[in-house]
Design a protein around this ligand. Structure first.
Ligand SMILES: [Zn+2]
Length: 497
């Protein structure tokens, strides 16, 4: 009987965020153990959903430990890191023997005590497992892959789509390579290469022809042409991390049994292509004033379906605080009508809405509370349109089937704008963030989401037009020169001359 240890331990750490990522932050999104893990993930479009199906296909017994995922924010606390990793270590030590380990990680985790979260996870597991146990790891394509990660993992494979609609396919790729490793057919090793880049390959976007699709095509051609190449990942990297290795990378998984292929040379050639295409982007976010003018034009032009606006400077999916108010204030000042906005994370305002009750008017100071670095709260007298529990199942292409409970939410109406107010932080990438509150995105003229790119998977098909606005007011602004990098290697594009 083949026995495989599994775990999910994800975080994309925005080191500029003042919000620590503690166990409460994990519990607010997903923190499950043991049998609750297959129950939650079976049948979902996720890496773990694929691990479960692979186990059924191959007759493996999976030993589930912990599945932990938190919305991107500041550094993972040492307590959260140690608690979660200790549980995986304990299972590895006491519930073996195991034939392999399958880990669903992100690749851009920074903890209080280490800049390389995933490298540290792997170091601790290797210390118990020894050098030979196959460890297969799935990563987000926004991973900042360290040399240690590549040295310690047997297999590293990343998503190939942004929006990440191939989480399941990535899990399946990793599981199949692990199956071939266990059987002795292959003996994988991972090689990583990175250039003098903090951003590149168009941040990994795969929604239009451009640098990312071109580099992926080149990687596919290499895999077809060169014996022994088992997999190639193109990582766009996560730029809002002040660590030495932040930025794009190429990872080649090669078979050590095959001689004559220079895997490092292939990885380097891919990085050179990333360098050459570094300035090309398929989406150029508009500054606030230009974005509002584009909204006027889009509404005047008419058409069916909403104009979808992405508030990309404050994307909680990259560590945004989700309480930035610059864009919302511009919408209120412009008196836009028939508009739905999700979300503002503001526990104090949520409590005021709950206390006032549905149908009441409340005087609130909305958003802008977490950091003085950003725009101030908006003083408002607003109607509490509804109160509800934020419980729904993802129906869009990304993470389809996953059940989420974001806690209580309120809908505040200000002029013609319905604003979803929550007490927790989540990227608005699925219609459920509106529909759980009775708001139907397709019935609005304007829909505003706190997201940068993921929203395109579910909202793109509804949209008359998409406008991406970078107000500069938030922790995921593309103006990377405005962030105080200290540990990042130099020279590096686009910070260095
Ligand atoms: Zn990502």
């Amino acid at each position: 009987m083949t026995r495989i240890l599994t775990a999910v331990f994800k975080h994309e750490t925005n080191t500029f965020s003042p919000l620590p990522t503690d166990l409460k932050a994990y519990a607010a999104r997903s923190l499950r153990r043991g049998d609750a893990i297959p129950q939650h993930y079976r049948g979902t479009a996720t890496e773990m959903g694929a691990f479960l199906d692979a186990a059924a296909r191959h007759g493996w017994t999976l030993v589930h430990t912990v599945a932990a995922d938190a919305t991107p924010s500041g550094k993972v606390t040492r307590e959260a890191f140690d608690t979660i990793v200790s549980e995986i270590e304990a299972a590895l030590r006491h519930q073996g023997p195991f034939d392999a380990v399958l880990l669903s990680l992100h690749g851009a985790m920074v903890a209080e005590h280490t800049d390389d979260g995933e490298g540290e996870v792997l170091r601790r597991l290797r210390a118990i497992a020894g050098p030979d146990l196959p460890i297969g790891v799935t990563l987000d394509l926004h991973a900042n892959v360290s040399n240690e990660m590549a040295a310690l993992a047997t297999i590293l494979v990343s998503y190939r789509t942004y929006p990440h609609i191939d989480q399941y396919a990535t899990g399946a790729r990793c599981a199949e390579l692990i199956a071939r490793t266990i059987s002795g057919e292959i003996s994988p090793l991972c090689i990583v290469a990175r250039g003098a880049l903090l951003e590149g390959v168009d941040h990994g976007r795969t929604t239009a022809p451009g640098p990312m699709l071109e580099v992926l095509a080149r990687a596919d051609a290499m895999k077809a042409e060169h014996a022994g190449v088992l997999d190639i990942s193109i990582n766009a990297g996560f730029p809002w991390a002040d660590i030495f290795v932040a930025g794009p990378s190429a990872v080649v998984v090669g078979d050590r049994n095959v001689e004559g292929t220079r895997y490092a040379g292939l990885a380097q050639a891919l990085v050179e292509q990333m360098w050459d295409s570094r300035a090309r982007q398929t989406v150029t976010p508009l500054p606030l004033a230009q974005g509002m003018a584009a909204l006027d034009d889009a509404l005047a032009a008419g058409g069916s379906g909403p104009v979808v606006i992405a508030d990309c400077a404050d994307n909680p999916g990259g560590g945004g605080l989700e309480d930035s108010t610059a864009l919302l204030k511009a919408l209120i000042d412009a008196d836009v009508q028939n508009t739905a906005y999700a979300m503002i994370s503001d526990p104090e305002t949520l409590t005021a809405c709950v206390e006032a009750g549905v149908g009441a008017r409340v005087a609130v100071r909305l958003g802008g509370k977490i950091s003085r670095q950003f725009a101030a709260p908006i003083a408002l007298d607003a109607l509490v349109r509804s109160l509800q529990q934020g419980r729904f199942i993802f129906t869009g292409p990304m993470s389809r089937g996953i059940a989420l409970d974001i806690g209580p939410t309120a809908v505040l109406r200000i002029g013609g704008i319905d604003i979803v107010v929550s007490g927790s932080r989540h990227q608005v990438l699925d219609p459920g963030f509106f529909t759980h509150a009775g708001l139907e995105p397709k019935d609005y003229a304007v829909v505003v989401v706190k997201s940068t790119q993921h929203f395109r998977a579910a909202f793109g098909p509804l949209a008359r037009q998409i406008i991406v606005i970078d107000s500069g007011d938030g922790l995921t602004s593309y103006d990377l020169k405005s962030f105080p990098f200290k540990k990042l290697r130099r020279p590096v594009y686009p910070l260095s001359a």
